[in-house]
Design a protein around this ligand. Sequence first.
Ligand code: MSP
Length: 503
Amino acid sequence: MVKKKFYVTTPIYYPSGKPHIGSVYTTIAADVLSRWYKLLGYEVFFLTGTDEHTKKVLVEADKNGKNVNNYLDEITKVFKKTFESLDINYDRFIRTSDEDHKKFVQYILNVINKKGDIYKGKYEGYYCNECEDYYTEREASKLICPIHGKNLEFLKEDSYFFKLSKYKDKLLDFYEKNPNFISPEYRRSEIINRVKEGLRDLSISRKDLNWGIEIPFDKEHRVYVWFDALNNYLTGVGVLNDKKLFKKFWPADLHIVGKDILWFHSVIWPAILISAGYKIPKKIYAHGWLTSNDKKIGKSLGNADDIEELIKKYGSDSIRYFLFKVIPFGEDGEYSEKNLIERNNELANKLGNLVSRVSSLVEKKGIEKSKNKLFKKSYLKKISWLIENLEFDKALNEIFAFVDICNEYIQKKKPWDTGDPENSLEFSGLQKIQNEKRLSEARKVLYELADSIKIIAILLWPFIPNTCEKIAKNFSFKIDYSEINKTISVKKIRKEENLFKRV
Ligand code: MSP
């Protein structure tokens, strides 16, 4: 049987500083989905990486007194290490300085040029050095960058252009035929209305910069960062060097992006793909921003906590849980260490408590096979739907509603409260029989709870893999979707007490 496939990407990050909680947000979301589809038995490809041909990198290398290539080698290692500490399992970490990527960008430029979709002209406009993008006067009132709040610079320069304007109708037609392409839905009409107003051709090269990929038909020009960057999604999945991989995974199933870069992904990217003759990805999902005191968290904004410190203090799982438990993925949400601590303690109080109570009671009282009446198949359907629609907060709420059901059940059934049938001298024969019955009932309750813990751990694994793998080890089951319907082995449950540190 041919396995189903899932190809998910994150934006590639400007490595002009270390990753922070805002910049790892998308990558963890992609990891959650990648793990979810692996759980379901899909073949998954998960791509992330760094966007290196930006001026900001030159500035940063200079500040640190480093040669730019050394600077980049070091900083990409930091990215990889942080991703590893957050249990992010990507399949490829692409760097735009990778040879196959440079080659492919030149190849696709030639294709599009031959098609007549590239011309030389003059670009002028109001430019933000942070965004590396131009703004119209309408977009940036008072000529101040709407994202960074800094003054925009008026620039005029020779540049090559991609005929984006030509693709207006094709794009509108595509959006109409593919209503789920731009998600969440509430961001869709904004994009479509902007496209309807008409598209400006896209400047794709810079002349004054000695940094970036050369335009193959004019060595004086270098490719401007967005045209370079977007193509990573093709290079990363082997468009040039691995035809089999490419054939299996393209088009991408999902590009996850921040709302600030939705335009590039939902308008410019499909136009480039149509022009060059590639299929268009199935879905672009834009998430909101993590904010601190209502301002976007960012390195250049100086309000980002050190993520490695946070991981050391709270562990990867608490951070992953915190990011998706309360904030709806499409919307902005406030980050604070206080909120993170609250979520960490919620995990300890709800999940940690359940697992430690059940496992230590099993050790004391034993366990007896029975039917798990707590779990309903309908939960599964709902949770799968929510995860696949990136409604992570709602999915986690559903799973934790089930954790609550289990905690209430243990409270109600009191499986610790059994008489002691061994202590026969104190009891009459009748009492002894009654105690045996109570113990047997308690053991059956514990079975239901242990089996429920198994289901909870399998469903939570995409979000908090570390914890769930520990539970799986102590309760002797495999993290695999098919295990949900299998009976848990009652002989091999070990005590598990310290899943989380309460802070
Ligand atoms: N290099 C481009 C993307 C090219 S993709 C072909 C870029 N890089 S970035 O480093 O500035 O941002 C990368 C991603 O991180 C964006 O999706 C952005 O929204 C996200 N975030 C950066 N700070 C963020 C928050 N404070 N909150 C949530 N996401 C944030 O743009």
